[in-house]
Design a protein around this ligand. Structure first.
Ligand code: SF4
Length: 309
């Protein structure tokens, strides 16, 4: 069988090991060297181009069904739980907590839940919106496991490495939010980032108010492609008197975007995190669709008040 292996960045160094195993079984094996951001980003074009019979995607659960022979191999990591007793003191004011993590630690969630319950907490594990597959699991673009239970809990607790995953959940919830970082051995209340990101978003909207032309980002990645939304945005922007063009890429290169000097703002329809995490990388404001709608609303208000665009 002709097999293409695809690994996320953090696991790419393990690719040869797996390739050799599969070769021993008589397979012809190739390794995707493209950047990989998630199961939203399957190497389907590469698979077709090299006529692979199967794509083996490591480290992520299925994002959505695709019409191709794809095998998903999860990669679980046992993170140290030594910080849990210390977290009890920090969480003492909150009786009911939600618990979230990433796919890498999802197998530990039940034990962590039991620990808190044994120590008198009520723990609610929410369900994701659908791209994430397990209760309590969050993705950068699926924070349902926290947002769906926001009203029922006194605080949210994220267990896992880094700020990428908790940030999305933080920005879409309202309760005190704690990150237990087992690899850096720290527990942090991250509520302050809500205001920082709200101000950043407001700043982008204000900067885009004078934009006369926008470039709308459409990714060809299987789980990020949203031409329907791009067409709605284009239509609304043009009706508001703006020039609007759709820009297509697999992975957006910010240097290339910055070379498109004709655009005064960019609007993202690809991975929703691009317009949150990458806003410092473009010379013009990089807006989400909702932020553009706010720009158009404010522009319409200004036209109503001052009578010109
Ligand atoms: S956050 Fe972005 S990169 Fe991650 S799974 Fe969602 S769409 Fe893909």
């Amino acid at each position: 069988m002709r097999i293409l292996l695809q690994f996320p960045e953090g696991l790419k160094q393990k690719a040869s090991e797996y390739a050799k195993e599969l070769e021993k079984e008589g397979n012809e094996v190739f390794i995707s060297a493209s950047p990989t951001f998630g199961a939203c980003d399957l190497a389907l074009d590469e698979m077709r181009n090299i006529k692979a019979d199967k794509l083996v995607h490591f480290g992520h659960a299925e994002f959505h069904h695709v019409d191709a022979n794809v095998e998903y191999i999860p990669y679980y990591i046992d993170a140290p739980t030594a910080l849990l007793p210390e977290s009890l003191d920090i969480l003492k004011a909150y009786n009911t907590i939600s618990l979230i993590t990433t796919i890498q630690h999802i197998h530990q969630l039940e034990a962590i839940k039991r620990f808190y319950e044994d120590n008198g907490k009520k723990v609610i594990i929410g369900k994701p919106y659908g791209f994430a597959k397990h209760p309590g699991q969050v993705l950068g673009c699926d924070i349902g496991s926290a947002a769906n239970v926001d009203k029922q809990v006194d605080a949210h607790v994220y267990f896992g490495g880094g700020m990428f995953h908790p940030l999305g959940a933080l920005l879409n919830t309202s309760k005190p939010f704690f990150v237990i970082e087992p690899f850096e051995n720290k527990i942090e209340n991250v509520d302050k980032y809500r205001e920082i990101y709200r101000k950043r978003s407001r700043g982008k909207i204000m900067r885009a108010l004078n934009a006369r032309s926008i470039g709308i980002l459409v990714s060809t990645k299987n789980g990020q492609h949203n031409m329907g939304l791009a067409n709605i945005i284009k239509d609304k922007a043009r009706k508001a008197g703006m020039d609007a063009q759709v820009l297509v890429a697999n992975t957006f290169d910010f240097m290339s975007l910055n070379n498109m000097l004709q655009f005064d703002a960019f609007v993202n329809t690809a991975c929703p995190r691009i317009s949150i995490d990458d806003t410092d990388r473009t010379r013009a404001p990089l807006l989400s669709a909702n932020e553009l709608m706010e720009v158009l609303r404010m522009k319409a208000e200004m036209v109503a008040l001052h009578g010109k665009r």
